[in-house]
Design a protein around this ligand. Structure first.
Ligand SMILES: [Zn+2]
Length: 430
């Protein structure tokens, strides 16, 4: 039996305390700071530019969305985005070794770097029709909101800063990241933060629908692929050999029972899901392989750790029982591969980035609310770098489905507070 158990508990427990500090608003009054900054002539001119650009922002949203960016196939969309960043001016643009497209806009002091991020990848396989259909003022296409709209918010902020000649004290890094979704497993942001070319001190992801949410907490998740293998054979002639599908069924049952007991009384929302199963060659063959992919999530690391133990022990035990009761032939073997890990995390509510994100929304009459989500920001939080995820604006729904849509209902009302937050956190040159 081959068991590949990866210990993650140490990883899960690491990463507390925020070491980086940023300048705080005078007297800690972020509301006043945001209102004052909003009235700054250069910021006003940036806002005018965002409005003026809007038809172009929408046209390029369509253009970008129609370049497929399936998991692990983001490079074409990345190339186009790189061109657009380059054309916006004022930045040094490059593609890093993992495929992230980066644009650095130098600050006057340049001691810190604040990132503004959208992700290039979608959840859709490469054969998916990603062409955009317009019905009235609504755009229908897989990925149109998540996250092509996020990419357009990032680009528009850069264009507006350039047009208004706004100089910030800190550097700003504009990021179009790869591998945010699913089995991409945050590979873009993990590479950028852990091994990338730039040290980061703050991170704003544009990766949630609408406007108003400031996600300062990240849901953690753990994903595994479980493969059960045996000799396989003829359903009639080899009857009695251990059957991997039958074993997997028992393993799912055992896990689901034990996990349900835990989640029903967990200290915070904790979930589990067998999302994919497969294997087998024909209805009259004993399969030689049966596999499943499992996702577990929690708002808190300790619950995720418990789920991890429950998962491993329940499937192991169920397989052992199955093997003990087999009639003939060799025992089935188990291979367990971790296919995803995103730690849960939090940027403290009192941090300047969270306060400024809220104050910027407030300055536009939006009602800010703190919340939780799962995405690139998780990795920053895990590495003790302040991070938030905020909205891409307009109205949208059905993300991750073929029916996804986005409507430009005052969409610029998300771009302006994003710019305001970024400039407040980076400091404007007087
Ligand atoms: Zn997304």
């Amino acid at each position: 039996m081959r068991l590949l158990f990866l210990s993650i508990s140490i990883l899960l427990l690491a990463g507390s305390g925020f070491s980086q500090t940023s300048s705080s608003a005078k007297g800690g009054n972020y509301t006043q700071e945001a209102k004052k900054l909003k009235d700054h002539p250069a910021i006003q001119s940036a806002f005018e530019e965002i409005e003026r650009l809007n038809p172009q922002t929408i046209e390029e949203l369509i253009l970008l969305n129609e370049i497929p960016a399936p998991p692990f196939g983001e490079s074409k969309r990345g190339e186009k985005y790189q061109e657009l960043l380059q054309a916006a001016g004022g930045v040094t643009v490059w593609k890093d070794s993992i495929g992230n497209i980066l644009a650095l806009r130098k600050g006057t002091e340049g001691k810190r770097t604040i990132a503004l991020d959208g992700h290039l990848d979608t959840v859709f396989p490469k054969e998916t029709d990603v062409s955009v259909k317009r019905r009235g003022d609504t755009l229908f296409a897989p990925g149109i909101g998540d996250n092509t709209r996020g990419l357009m918010v990032v680009l528009t902020v850069l264009r507006a800063l350039e047009k208004a000649k706004i100089q910030t004290k800190d550097n700003i890094l504009f990021v179009a990241s790869v591998g945010e979704e699913g089995n991409g497993d945050l590979r873009g942001v993990k590479y950028l933060v852990d091994r990338g070319d730039v040290d980061l001190h703050g991170w704003i992801s544009i990766d949630v629908s609408g406007v108003g949410l400031v996600a300062n907490r990240g849901t953690g998740s753990l994903r595994y692929k479980v493969t059960v293998s045996g000799p396989g054979g003829h359903s009639w002639g080899d009857f009695g050999l251990a059957n991997p599908h039958h074993a997997l069924g028992q393993m799912i049952h055992a896990f689901s029972d034990a996990a349900s007991q835990f989640t029903s009384s967990a200290t915070s929302k904790t979930t589990f899901n067998v999302g994919k199963i497969g294997g087998g060659t024909s209805v009259n063959s004993i399969p030689f392989e049966s596999w499943m992919e499992v996702d577990m999530r929690s708002e808190e690391d300790h619950n995720l750790s418990s789920m991890d133990s429950i998962f491993k022990s329940s499937i192991q035990q169920a397989l052992q029982e199955y093997n003990d009761n087999r009639n003939t032939g060799p025992a089935l073997t188990l291979q367990l591969d971790q296919i995803g890990f995103r730690p849960s995390g939090m940027t403290p509510e009192g941090s300047s980035l969270v306060q400024r994100s809220k104050a910027a929304l407030d300055a536009f009459g939006q009602r800010p609310r703190l919340g939780i989500m799962s995405g690139n920001a998780n990795w920053l939080m895990y590495r003790s770098i302040p991070a938030v995820t905020i909205g891409w604006g307009g109205q949208s729904d059905k993300a991750h489905s073929l029916d996804e849509w986005w409507m430009d209902d005052h969409g610029t009302l998300a771009i302006k507070p994003a710019l305001l937050t970024l400039v407040a956190e980076s400091g404007i040159k007087d």
